[in-house]
Design a protein around this ligand. Structure first.
Ligand code: GDP
Ligand code: MG
Length: 306
């Protein structure tokens, strides 16, 4: 029963893809499916997570991105992993409107994961689902996620690029900062920038992110309603090195990224870091002990932030 399905998948049948995604999302026959997948083309698929609080315009922005990406001849898959969508059937319906499924365009595949299974379930099997989409050789995979729950951090882990959307004048940026999560973003978009206060919010975000010795995180304004900023956003996304740089299979790129993220946490979490530095300055800790304690403080904090 599985083999004919896999054969159709290998021939590019999107219904077979949909069916296999459902199986994998439920954790069914996962290993048998994996064994039958064609190899993904190295470096082909770019997985971009679009994250941000409910109502910030994630679905709208993704819907607007599809067109220009298709115009470049790229195939696009969208996975909406939004827990809010399954709380209100209305939101799901609205997402359908904002992201038309375009059965007429075989280059676009849209899947809302909320109907299939709860959020934690998605998180558990997400990397396998991405594997399917890579094996199907999509050029771009867009993941919609609300960005706060356990499942959302799982989304970031599988994404090559994380785009964080904020709204002007809502204090969103401080909420993310407080949760220690502003730094997970590779790009920050002040979205709905047609609304008042967008420039001020942009300046605030730059202030929060502008830390010495750290990788500069691009910040830009965009309006999906008015259709500007999206082209710039995509150019930035393209110019970023793939987050997990699978092109370097020995993990060097991954290590560099981990170092950058750790450095950013170091600057953000002064309350955790300072007491350790104090003891180190007083020679109560040697370098190795201080490093171990710093790691504990920085990574332990991340676990609670999740
Ligand atoms: N003013 C303004 N409103 C927007 C923009 N993009 C989306 N919206 C509105 O914001 C609301 C929430 O959008 P939605 O895409 O569902 O947000 P999501 O919950 O993050 O997916 C909708 O009413 C949209 O029409 C924008 O660029 N400007
Ligand atoms: Mg949405």
């Amino acid at each position: 029963m599985l083999e004919p399905l896999l054969e159709r998948f290998r021939q590019g049948d999107r219904l077979a893809l949909a069916r296999l995604l459902t199986l994998v999302a439920r954790g069914e026959q996962v290993e048998a499916i994996r064994a039958g997948l064609p190899d993904a083309e190295a470096g082909r698929t770019r997985v971009v997570a679009v994250t941000g609080s409910g109502g910030v315009g994630k679905s709208t922005l993704i819907g607007k991105l599809i067109e220009p990406l298709r115009a470049r001849g790229w195939t696009v898959a969208v996975l909406a992993c939004d827990p809010e969508s399954d709380l209100t059937g209305g939101a799901l319906l609205a997402d359908r409107v904002r992201m038309p499924s375009r059965p007429e365009d075989p280059g676009v595949f849209i899947r809302s994961m909320t109907a299939a299974r709860g959020h934690e379930g998605i998180a558990e099997h997400l990397d396998r689902m991405i594997e399917l989409l890579r094996a199907f050789r999509f050029d771009v995979v867009l993941l919609e996620t609300a960005g706060v729950g356990q499942g959302d951090t799982a989304v970031w882990a599988v994404a090559d690029v994380v785009v964080l959307l904020l709204q002007p004048e809502t204090g969103d940026e401080f909420q993310w900062e407080k949760a220690g999560l502003l730094e997970v973003a590779d790009v920050v978009v002040v979205h709905k920038a047609d609304l008042p206060g967008a420039e001020r919010t942009e300046a605030q975000v730059r202030g929060l992110l502008n830390l010495p010795g750290c990788r500069a995180i691009p910040v830009l304004r965009a309006s999906s309603d008015q259709g500007w900023g999206l082209e710039d956003l995509w150019q930035i996304v393209e110019s970023l090195p793939a987050r997990t740089s699978r092109a370097e299979p020995d993990g060097r790129a991954l290590l560099r990224l981990a170092q950058q993220r750790l450095a950013r946490r170091f600057h953000h979490q002064a309350d955790d870091v300072e007491p350790i530095l104090d003891r180190w300055r007083r020679h109560e800790l040697d370098d190795g002990q201080a490093a171990d304690e710093l790691l504990q403080a920085l990574i332990g904090k991340q676990e609670t932030a999740r």
